[in-house]
Write a protein that binds this ligand. Structure first.
Ligand SMILES: CC(C)(COP(=O)(O)OP(=O)(O)OC[C@H]1O[C@@H](n2cnc3c(N)ncnc32)[C@H](O)[C@@H]1OP(=O)(O)O)[C@@H](O)C(=O)NCCC(=O)NCCS
Length: 189
């Protein structure tokens, strides 16, 4: 399967990353220890690491294993965050990150709703899921507002190295095709 390289919401443009975006990604979130607290990677120290990471995203696209987009604010055109979708048969796992300056304005809910719509356009996809650290309520709330359902606790699921080297409990959220079809929601762009 594949997903489109570019699509829009009211305020955001999903765009395949390019290495040229590295300075903005570095400045806007990749070095921020508050942003990365519950992520699986540590804050970056050098812009070159971000450049290499963004270049590696192309491999994920080429192999159809992981689709990563930068979220560009349409008004300012700058990248303010990123989302990723990892297909595995009939399931897709999603992940997301947003620069701290843009928190609390509904951006990620807007993005995740649109991403879920895009995933279910593929008839082969029956489940979109994600997990978050049990101590990351903002992320859990974004999933709830996007129509995902809390399925339970994944005990000792993921290492979040900025908090601890011990694997941590996480909440599993998902939305199935049937649940999606039954959820009344405004059409996204
Ligand atoms: C999680 C994250 C993506 C949220 O993005 P966002 O654009 O600010 O999210 P939204 O504005 O769409 O919604 C956030 C919701 O969480 C709520 N929230 C924020 N902090 C909260 C907290 N400490 N406790 C409870 N709810 C909280 C907000 O009130 C809002 O809900 P509401 O609309 O009902 O009031 C962003 O904070 C982020 O990038 N964090 C760091 C990276 C991360 O944790 N990614 C997810 C990994 S699983």
């Amino acid at each position: 399967m594949t997903l489109p390289a570019t699509f829009d919401t009211e305020r955001l443009r999903f765009q395949q990353p390019s290495a040229d975006d590295a300075p903005a990604v570095f400045a806007n979130w990749a070095t921020d220890s508050e942003v990365t607290r519950y992520l699986v990677w540590r804050p970056h120290q050098e812009v070159g690491t971000v450049t290499a990471y963004l270049a590696s995203c192309q491999t994920g696209w080429d192999k159809g294993r992981e689709f990563t987009w930068l979220l560009r604010e349409r008004s300012s055109r700058q990248p303010i965050g990123a989302v990723a979708a990892r297909p595995n048969g009939h399931r897709i796992e999603v992940g997301y990150v947003l620069g701290r300056r843009w928190w609390g304005q509904g951006y990620m809910t807007e993005a995740l709703r649109r991403l879920i719509d895009e995933c279910f356009r593929h008839e082969s996809i029956h489940r979109v899921w994600a997990y978050c650290d049990c101590e990351n309520p903002a992320s859990a709330r974004v999933m709830e507002k996007s129509g995902m359902i809390k399925e339970g606790k994944l005990h000792t699921w993921a290492v979040h190295p900025n908090v601890s080297s011990i694997p941590r409990d996480c909440w599993c959220y998902a939305i199935t095709r049937d649940q999606y079809a039954q959820t009344p929601r405004p059409p996204s762009l």
